[in-house]
Write a protein that binds this ligand. Sequence first.
Ligand code: BMA
Length: 323
Amino acid sequence: MIYYNHHRPNFLFDRYQGNPILIPDRWPYPSNSTFNPGAVRHNGDIMLLVRVEDMRGFSHLTFARSNDGKTNWQIDEKPTLLPDTDFNEERWGIEDPRIVWLEDLQKYAVTYVSFSKDGPVVSLALSEDLHKFERRGAMLPPEDKDASLFPRKINGKYTMIHRPIIRGEAHIWVACSPDLVHWGDHQILLPVRPGWWDSTRVGLGPPPIETDEGWLIIYHGVRNTVSGSLYRVGLALLDLENPRKIRKRSDQWVFGPHESYERVGDVPGVTFPTGIVHDPVTDELIMYYGAADTSVCLATAKLQDLVDHLLNCSDSMEEGFCI
Ligand code: BMA
């Protein structure tokens, strides 16, 4: 018998007592798993664009909405975004969306992973109202995942964080574009840290959050073990006007698999945050994450506590990480 505490001292995030909030057994149509949602506040509701895996093993995206972001979820009866046969790269499904409101276009930008025999790529869809979507197709070549745009242009350009795999190395990269089509200024932003908890792969979690101290980055870090991969969560703070400059990176993970719903599922030992909403009045952040590639869960924190934690991290940076 394993005993779990919901509240462990010194942890920045509080798990919601009602976790998991969305499970495949209570989905309005047959599904194997419901996880890794994008999140956004829209017309007074919190909307989660949930990855739903069907029993062929292919994923699509469906909206669930709630007034407080925690209870009374209304799940759409039908998928919101299905793989589009006009786009070859989506043949094996679409996965793991991140959503931002793009100020200058006055549109939502959904970046999601398209999967096919050629490998995963990051695709873009734009929407004014979260009903109609304009599919823009793949942005960069495979293998690429875990991408989000920043919510505003920085120094006149769109900026995107993404995670290509190059020569087997899975670091977090940053790129810029004048038009969301042509991407350049490619650079590694947050590398894996050999030997550390985030040694095998890192990838952006939810979209970057703007704070007075810089862009808050929540990312997943993976360590391979004899019994599989462990997906935990770390933090970084990027300079506000030059997000290629890392101000801080947490040396320890701040969230990771602990509860039974994170330890047991299709892929055990996975906490995979992809969505976040912030309430500027209470400063509460709700972080939505996939647990064990099976269900959607949430954990809360105060934005200021995360920033303070980072500001207290060591300053000595080498190759992008605190030592
Ligand atoms: C990553 C992605 C996620 C998944 C995670 C753990 O590579 O494919 O969709 O949640 O692995 O299996």
